[in-house]
Design a protein around this ligand. Structure first.
Ligand code: NAD
Ligand code: IPM
Ligand code: MN
Length: 365
């Protein structure tokens, strides 16, 4: 039988609760010809408590040795005043992104896939505004302000926000390849603050050159990141396509995408170091699948967290790491069916628990 090695990182807060449902869904896809070998490890606050480190070298190595990584969420008030930066709980995720060099984070938001359609009557947006919204944020995931030099003193602090040409080139190429997965190709809408930031001016120049020389068939639009925020809240359809953004702007615009759904609880993401079709990769592409949401500490331990984002991560893992497109669509269809049926957690106005929604999705499969 074909065996896939999956590293499972539940983390903190609601992480273990939503991960349990995702693992149930994953196991439903085991057949006589396909097995999932799951290895569960600590990351974030729970790892600090147990090992003194937010992520150990052993866990980083396990990530590199796996076919894919499922990650839920890290962080919480318990650790907020102890350690920050790369040594804090959130730093465990950042260190892992860096160790795997998963430089592109894909965050889809679409009314043709489960995420928005299910939330329709629940969205704070007017129906006519969100109808037909269909975009994917491609966020640069290993550079920029997150990973530059830092100064942290009592009365002064600094985060260096820098990009090299090579870092911008590779994420631009990946965003164009995502655009080309659609017929006709989606436009690439690149966000920056080239009117203010030097790193954004390089960003714009490199994106321009890469797209013009390598992807002339893909339409390219530059949009200032602040105005993109406004457009996302007023006419989100006009951002339909691939939204290419640096680490910081991509973080912000993807949480804002959650507002269209009325909750972050339905938005999955895929962190990749290449698409499966990329022939230049020396290894098979690494993939870490993580919801856009965090550890939601105030709702942890109550069986009310929405497991949908984490379950849709399983679908993205099938699509981008395991060459299981048909199964990915089956997961997405089941999620849509269950949420349409009204089985929803409280963040979507429902009364169902985390476990009930997970069970309903399994039945719908
Ligand atoms: P958050 O995403 O945890 O929560 C934001 C809001 O969304 C809250 O109201 C929360 O209750 C709700 N929410 C999030 N996920 C939900 C789900 N699955 N079901 C229902 N409601 C959900 O962001 P925050 O409150 O700013 O951060 C909390 C902690 O999580 C912080 O320590 C932060 O650093 C961390 N965080 C971790 C990740 C990650 O691990 N990838 C991402 C973001 C934040
Ligand atoms: C996300 C989170 C992380 C980020 C944190 C927890 C490090 O907000 O995945 O969006 O800022 O990248
Ligand atoms: Mn975020």
């Amino acid at each position: 039988a074909q065996t896939f090695k999956i590293l499972v990182l539940p983390g903190d807060g609601i992480g273990p609760e939503v991960m349990a449902e995702a693992v149930k869904v994953l196991k439903a896809f085991e057949t006589s010809g396909r097995k999932f070998e799951l290895r569960q490890e600590l990351i974030g606050g729970c790892s600090i408590d147990a090992t003194g480190k937010t992520v150990t070298d052993e866990v980083k190595q396990a990530a590199l040795d796996s076919d894919a990584v499922l990650f839920a969420a890290v962080g919480g008030p318990k650790w907020d005043n102890q350690r920050r930066g790369l040594d804090g709980p959130e730093g465990g995720l950042l260190q892992l992104r860096k160790a795997m060099d998963i430089y592109a984070n894909l965050r889809p938001c679409s009314s043709t896939s489960p995420s928005v359609s299910i939330a329709k009557e629940f969205s704070p947006f007017r129906q006519d505004v969100i109808e037909g919204v269909d975009f994917v944020v491609v966020r640069e995931n290993c550079g920029g302000a997150y990973f530059g030099r830092k100064v942290e003193e009592e009365t002064y602090a600094m985060d260096e926000w820098g990009y090299s040409e090579a870092e911008i080139q590779r994420v631009t190429r990946l965003s164009a390849e995502v655009a080309l997965r659609h017929d006709p190709p989606w436009p690439v809408i690149s966000l920056d603050k080239a009117n203010v930031l030097a790193s954004s001016r390089l960003w714009r120049r490199v994106v321009d050159k890469t797209m013009a020389t390598e992807y002339p068939q893909v339409k390219l639009v530059h949009q200032l990141a602040d105005s993109a925020s406004l457009i996302l809240a007023t006419n989100p359809r006009s951002l339909n396509g691939v939204i290419l953004a640096d680490n910081t702007f991509g973080d912000m615009i993807s949480d804002q995408a959650g507002s269209i759904c009325g909750t972050l609880g339905v938005l999955p993401s895929a962190s990749l170091n290449g698409l499966p079709e990329d022939k230049t990769l020396k290894t098979r592409p690494y993939g870490l699948y993580e919801p856009t949401h965090g550890s939601a500490p105030t709702i942890a331990g109550q069986n009310i967290a929405n497991p949908v984002a984490m379950i849709l991560c399983v679908a993205l893992m099938f699509r981008y790491s395991l060459n299981m497109e048909a199964e990915a669509q089956r997961v997405e269809d089941a999620v849509r069916k269950v949420l349409d049926s009204g089985s929803r957690t409280p963040d979507l106005g429902g009364k169902a628990g985390t476990i009930e929604v997970g069970d309903a999705i399994i039945s719908a499969l």
